[in-house]
Design a protein around this ligand. Structure first.
Ligand code: HEM
Length: 128
């Protein structure tokens, strides 16, 4: 008997789980004094909605991301690798809290990390 392998999105609990994850994640980001200023003028409800769509697509769920291209939205904001490392650190802790299964945690971080270059690629002088 053969079964179709579940996407990572389904394995972690689909839309509901991603929604909770994104909420907890941005709570941590906004609690970080080094990251909070970047989001000072950002409508967070919209960002949470866009990030839910983005994560869903990145993890093999529905491909209905309706936000701006990732490179475009982050360029010119002065985001460096230091900021990105902190951001990914908060994501790791949030995912570990929600999904103690190590294999899924690694895979999720790996998929999201693939976009790192698009986030800081446009920041001049970031050689870290
Ligand atoms: C792999 C890492 C990251 C991913 C996948 C990601 C993804 C996204 C997505 C999907 C959006 C929504 C775009 C839209 O509204 O059209 C967004 C917006 C935003 N991101 Fe990121 N992001 C990452 C890292 C970062 C980092 C490190 C920072 C700053 C420290 C940051 C700051 C922002 C800000 C300020 C906005 C909102 C822009 C606005 O006000 O509309 N992001 N990001």
């Amino acid at each position: 008997m053969s079964t179709t392998p579940k996407s990572l999105y389904d394995q972690i609990g689909g839309e509901e789980a991603i929604g909770k994850l994104v909420d907890k994640f941005y709570d941590r980001v906004l609690d970080d004094p080094e990251l909070e200023p970047f989001f000072q003028y950002t409508p967070m409800e919209k960002l949470r909605a866009m990030q839910m769509q983005f994560f869903a697509a990145a993890l093999g769920g529905p491909e209905n991301y309706s936000g701006q291209p990732i490179h475009y939205v982050h360029q010119g904001r002065g985001i460096t690798s230091r900021h990105l490392t902190r951001f990914m650190g908060h994501l790791l802790v949030t995912i570990q809290d929600a999904h103690p299964n190590a294999k899924e945690v690694d895979e999720m971080i790996e998929r999201i990390s693939m976009y790192a270059d698009s986030i800081i690629g446009g920041t001049p002088g970031d050689s870290e």
